[in-house]
Design a protein around this ligand. Structure first.
Ligand code: SF4
Length: 174
């Protein structure tokens, strides 16, 4: 069974992605690494949902270091970019690079991300970034396909978890 490390942006998106990976016979572990999330209380709320996700699917979910300045120093210059622009590309890269590092440390076969489940995110852009980090190890899955977003919404509502109403960073909140 191939091992995949799933970068998780939030619990809501995690439901559908984990379900799909397991249905495709992957051994899955999660990695919550999101220095983009603002403010800290919001970070905690999203992280709390992962306890439920991890119990339901019986998977291990690790947490990365929460260092907002790491994100801010690289993205602040692009604060006026629209969602999906340069700031977001940098934001995806920061998170995928760290996920790949952990993937290597754990000696997993692949890494991938819940980010592609969002209808607001262009999966091709995310694929390009993932492949540039590691062509051999990035698992290109467009989780929004086959009603993936609808499914993750269904599951997250079934378990009555917190749903955020913005992408994550201070600029998306604004
Ligand atoms: S809008 Fe979302 S993806 Fe884009 S920079 Fe902000 S948190 Fe990152």
């Amino acid at each position: 069974m191939k091992k995949v490390l799933l970068h998780i942006c939030c619990g809501v998106c995690a439901f559908g992605c984990i379900e799909k990976l397991k249905a495709n016979d992957f051994y899955v572990e999660g990695f919550f690494f999101n220095p983009n999330i603002h403010p800290y209380q919001e970070y905690e709320k999203r992280k709390d949902v992962l306890k439920i996700v991890s119990e339901i699917y019986q998977i291990n979910i690790r947490e990365g270091e929460y260092v907002p300045t790491l994100w801010y120093n690289l993205c602040e210059a692009y604060k006026d970019e629209p969602e999906g622009g340069i700031r977001c590309k940098i934001c995806y890269k920061i998170r995928l690079q760290e996920t790949f590092k952990l993937c290597q440390t754990l000696k997993f076969d692949y890494f991938t991300t819940t980010l592609t489940i969002s209808p607001h995110k262009n999966s091709r852009v995310i694929f390009d970034i993932g492949r540039n980090i590691s062509e051999n190890h990035f698992l290109q899955i467009d989780f929004k396909k086959d009603n993936g977003f609808k499914r993750t919404q269904e599951l997250s509502h079934r378990y009555k978890v917190y749903h955020q109403n913005y992408c994550g960073c201070i600029y998306s909140k604004r």
